[in-house]
Design a protein around this ligand. Structure first.
Ligand SMILES: [Zn+2]
Length: 192
């Protein structure tokens, strides 16, 4: 039997998260272990879209976890844990998380995607357009920037290659301009 058929049987043709009966497809819970029934869930397109894109997550949709977090199926529990962790600041998900119990190795699996880490631990650097900057990326200055502690001005349009990130502060990156290592404010750059 294909995974999809087995999942449909397991779930009685319903989204295992919100019970929706339409637009269902298998969704693999990453990082996958065996690529079988034990790391797949049957989910609707609404749930899948929101799982994959934190910016489209609508907290109220996930009230469905009130029920589905008690699923006997581990992959369903994993996704429930991750979504509750993502939404923790809403308050009610925190209460549900407190009631949830995952075996140690399952908890490790749930945490593998970094969902639910303290925001302070997860500093994300973004350029002026909100694009994520990673260490080693190149950026271009979109503004003339005076360089602190010198008379130098880093000109708008200057490309800065292989930047490094300030791990304490999401607003700062560092890179070399004219052979000099300078601190640059992320809102004045564009990733190239
Ligand atoms: Zn759903």
């Amino acid at each position: 039997m294909s995974i999809e058929r087995e999942l449909k049987k397991r779930s009685q043709n319903k989204c295992e998260l919100c019970s929706n009966e339409e637009n269902l497809s298998p969704y693999q819970v990453l990082p996958a272990k065996n690529s079988d029934l034990q790391d797949n869930i049957l989910a609707c397109s609404t749930c899948i879209t929101q799982i994959e894109d934190p910016e489209q997550t609508e907290p109220n949709h996930w009230r469905c976890l009130n029920d589905s977090m008690w699923s006997e199926h581990i992959p369903v529990q994993i996704i429930a844990w991750r979504m509750l962790s993502r939404l923790r600041s809403e308050g009610w998900p925190e209460d549900l998380l407190d009631m949830m119990y995952l075996e140690e190795d399952n908890l490790e699996w749930a945490k593998a995607t970094g969902e639910g880490e303290d925001p302070e631990d997860k500093i994300v650097h973004r350029d002026s357009n909100g694009v994520i900057i990673n260490a080693g990326d190149s950026v271009v200055l979109i503004k003339d920037l005076p360089v602190k502690g010198s008379s130098m001005v880093a000109k708008r349009g200057t490309a800065v290659r292989r930047v490094s990130l300030d791990h304490e502060n999401a607003e700062y990156i560092e890179g070399k301009v004219d052979g000099q290592q300078i601190v640059i404010i992320t809102k004045y750059v564009k990733k190239i």
